[in-house]
Write a new protein. Structure first.
Length: 223
């Protein structure tokens, strides 16, 4: 599950936002800029959601400090400041987007997904993975073990990459379906089951690997 640093001093808004997003992401909430910077430096995150008008260290300064330490992590400002100058300042600092309050949770969710997918693609598009005794090459849609090569479809490759990037973690069915198809309809669900079955057959080449069911929840790649 992707991990998000969420910095907001309005307790009510923070509660509503965390409540809306925590089913799909792990959110770490901080109420001031100094605590947020300490938290960012001590943990690993996939994305930052920052208010601007924060106690102790404002969102602009916080973003500058984050950018000094990580040039790639997506940063989204969530602010009541509506002036064009504030938006431009935020983007110049290195933010990826600027969402004006009040915003809809649906819009926030969509923006988060866009930037997480873009970030993951940039990091891993040329990366090969060692999975047990397999070498997985997402760019080539292939799995290699000993002298055998298995060619995957694009979606099978994306599915395996979801598992490989979060080994030994249960991925919810709806999480997988939305990542691969953008919906949770019946036909996508059946396709997912077919892909899981095919990956299981391939992974049998390494007895230490298996995809386990978590009844009524999802699946887990066991390493």
């Amino acid at each position: 599950m992707k991990k998000i640093l969420y910095v907001e001093d309005d307790a009510t808004l923070a509660f509503l936002t965390v409540d809306s997003l925590e089913e799909n992401y792990e959110l770490v909430h901080c109420a001031d800029g100094e605590t947020a910077l300490e938290t960012f430096c001590s943990q690993s995150f996939d994305l930052c959601l920052l208010d601007i008008m924060l106690p102790k260290l404002d969102g602009f300064e916080l973003a500058k400090e984050i950018r000094k330490r990580d040039q790639q992590i997506p940063i989204l400002f969530l602010s009541a400041k509506t002036l064009k100058e504030d938006r431009i300042k935020g983007l110049k600092i290195g933010a990826d987007d600027y969402l004006v309050k009040p915003f809809s949770m649906e819009e926030l969710y969509l923006k988060i997904n866009v930037f997480l997918k873009r970030s993951a693609k940039e990091v891993s598009q040329n990366k090969d993975f060692k999975v047990g005794n397999f070498i997985f090459k997402p760019k080539n849609y292939s799995l290699h073990i000993n002298d055998k090569t298995f060619t995957l479809t694009e979606r099978e490759s994306h599915l395996l990459q979801l598992f490989v990037e979060q080994p030994n973690v249960v991925l919810k069915r709806e999480q997988i379906l939305n990542a691969l198809w953008g919906n949770e309809d019946y036909f996508s669900g059946r396709s997912l089951d077919v892909f899981i079955s095919r990956l299981r057959k391939i992974l049998k080449e390494d007895p230490k690997l298996k995809i386990e069911n978590s009844p009524r929840i999802g699946f887990k790649l066991v390493l």
